[in-house]
Design a protein around this ligand. Structure first.
Ligand code: PEP
Ligand code: MG
Length: 591
């Protein structure tokens, strides 16, 4: 009997990362933790049990550290901790030998499931058996088991650099919402596309999708009702469409378009070795933004003139404790060495806002996830020990190649001064430890991404060694548009004269103070904006590595004088629509 074919459904959203991904839907149910569940081959049982053993060791180490810190605080009379110490001892014991561990190892072998699933299943079984006994003591023990089990699961799934989604090859991730931290764990070897009901094109989830080179559509209303796990699905990151059960002719059409894009990419690759110079001979330095170490290969391939923005959040995401100095140093050193002598601009931690909650700075509550709260430099100065550790790691890594240090979300001169003091302290401490450092400290720069900073750029230029214009946040804060909210995405416009005037003011302040200035927001990677940015005086642009060739192609075709004339016209205009037309006209027929 002929099987009835499911009918094609199209869900519209915002195309935030280009390309076409064709695969099978992997739906992450909302609210449930994104823990991979999969069967393993008999040959992999031993490796999986080893993975669990290693996670146990890490969790135990983590708790032991926590215990000694707690004890020190108790000694300094900072808090009443006898009870906490007792609890931590109990957890550590549980991580030596317990029914939870024994059961998890047995499940890996007996049920042939991955370690995360085995811990989850055993944890649920123990807690269930305690619940049926209705005993207050046992219900408290169930809490302890959950605490230890969750720590183990998080050690297993949330190791930095280790993909959370150990899911089948050829999957398209479908979710109500994907946080940047979750996106950072996607393994692009397994996943061919991303589709989510929430999220805007300028949010960090979108930026990470672009960094991973995965086609993505966010802000797709009704998506979760239209897709089931296992459905054949297609994500069109250019048109902003998700097609569920695409028809054979639709698939053919999309494959054709995918082929065209691949051909264009191939042609663009030829530009990698060429310098970016305008037709009238002005060199523009095209640098790369890096979110994840795995991007370095593309950065080198693309012929980037250094890293204009290294977002260090990847080291801090998905973990209950911040990385220590050594861990940060090793990660940075690997990146710097891979940059092969090109300068790496390391931005200090900019967690908070839409980049997600920060488990280890819980004391700030909701403020740390509010775009107007404790984020960026505010958080770093409030927890100066975190900043100092990060500075020490950067200073040490700086011995392996040129680095600059960049401070995010600055609003005041005093913040830059305070950060400089912490930097000097970090250097002194290293010096006392006998660590050899280059004679001069690395340049310390300021992100201009808050209107207050842009409008006082002349003052900030006096205390900064360079500027980096963060047009993403500058647009968000100037226009009061949440960059990750799909409902206001249509209002997000970096061509608004309010935004452009601030960028112009900051650029002029930097040029007057003779400090380097770069644009590292998303507009730097969009060739439509290139004439305007070059016309405003920028000679350094930093962008996703995948955009370098397109921007270079635009520069090779650009006449600086013509771009400056058009920029003048644009800057005299007050209507955002008219500005857009002026720019588009110039891009089509430069006069
Ligand atoms: C910006 O705001 O433009 C920027 C580059 O920083 P991020 O996108 O990481 O907030
Ligand atoms: Mg920013």
């Amino acid at each position: 009997m002929a099987q009835k074919l499911a009918s094609e459904r199209i869900v519209e959203g915002l195309g935030v990362s280009p390309g076409v991904g064709i695969g099978v839907a992997y739906v992450c149910e909302s609210g449930s933790p994104r823990i991979p569940e999969y069967r393993i081959r008999p040959a992999d049982i031993e490796a999986e049990q080893r993975r669990l053993r290693e996670a146990v060791v890490r969790a135990r180490r983590q708790l032991t550290r926590l215990r000694s810190k707690t004890r020190d605080r108790a000694a300094a009379n900072e808090c009443a901790t006898e009870e906490v110490l007792y609890l931590l001892d109990a957890y550590i014991m549980m991580l030596k030998d317990s029914r939870l561990l024994r059961g998890a190892y047995e499940r890996i072998a007996g049920e042939r499931i991955n370690a995360e699933s085995a811990v989850q299943a055993e944890m649920a079984a123990i807690c269930d058996s305690f619940r049926t006994m209705q005993d207050a003591y046992l219900s408290a023990r169930a809490e302890d088991i959950r605490e230890v089990g969750n720590r183990l699961v998080s050690q297993l799934t949330k190791e930095p650099g280790k993909p959370l989604f150990s899911i089948p090859h050829g999957s398209v991730i479908v979710a109500e919402e994907l946080t940047p931290a979750e996106t950072a764990q996607i393994d692009p070897e397994h996943v061919v596309g991303i589709a989510a009901q929430m999220g805007g094109p300028q949010g960090h989830t979108a930026i990470l999708a672009r960094a991973l080179g995965l086609p993505a559509v966010l802000g797709a209303a009704g998506l979760m009702d239209a897709v089931r796990s296992g459905d054949p699905i297609l994500v069109d990151g250019e048109l902003g469409q998700i097609v569920v059960h695409p028809t054979p002719s639709a698939l053919q059409e999309y494959r054709r378009r995918r082929g065209e894009r691949q051909e264009e990419e191939l042609a663009l690759r030829k530009l990698a070795g060429q310098p970016a110079v305008t037709r009238d001979g002005v060199s523009i330095s095209l640098q790369a933004n890096v979110e994840l170490p795995m991007e370095m290969e593309h950065v080198v391939e693309a012929g980037a003139a250094g890293i204009g923005l290294l977002r260090t959040e990847f080291m801090f995401m998905n973990r209950p404790m911040p990385p220590n100095e050594e861990e940060q140093y090793l990660a940075l050193r690997a990146l710097i060495e891979r940059a092969g002598g090109q300068c790496v601009t390391v931005r200090t931690l900019d967690l908070g806002g839409d980049k997600g909650p920060i488990p280890f700075v819980g004391q700030f509550g909701d403020s740390a996830t509010s775009p107007l709260g404790i984020r960026g430099i505010r958080l770093s100065l409030a927890r100066a020990e975190l900043l100092e550790t990060q500075f020490r790691a950067i200073l040490r890594a700086g011995a392996h190649g040129p680095v600059r240090i960049l401070l995010p979300m600055v609003t005041a001169v005093s913040e830059v001064r305070a950060a400089r003091d912490v930097l000097a302290r970090a250097a002194r401490r290293l010096y006392r430890r006998g660590v050899e450092l280059p004679a001069a400290l690395p340049p310390l720069g300021t992100m201009i991404e808050v209107p207050g900073a842009a409008l006082t750029a002349d003052a900030l230029a006096l205390v900064s060694d360079f500027f980096a214009i963060g047009s993403n946040d500058l647009t968000m804060y100037t226009l009061a548009i949440d960059r990750s909210d799909q409902r206001v995405a249509h209002l997000y416009n970096p061509l608004h004269p309010g935004v452009l005037r601030m960028i112009q003011f900051a650029a002029a302040a930097a040029l007057r103070a003779r400090i380097p200035v770069c644009v590292c927001g998303e507009i730097a990677g969009d060739p439509r904006f290139t004439p305007l940015l070059v016309g405003l005086g920028f000679r350094e642009l930093s962008m996703a590595a995948s955009n370098i060739a397109r921007v270079k192609r635009r520069i090779l075709d650009l006449d600086l004088l013509a771009a400056q004339r058009r920029t003048q016209l644009i800057m005299d205009e007050t209507d955002p629509l008219r500005i857009q037309v002026l720019l588009e006209e110039f891009n089509v027929a430069p006069v």
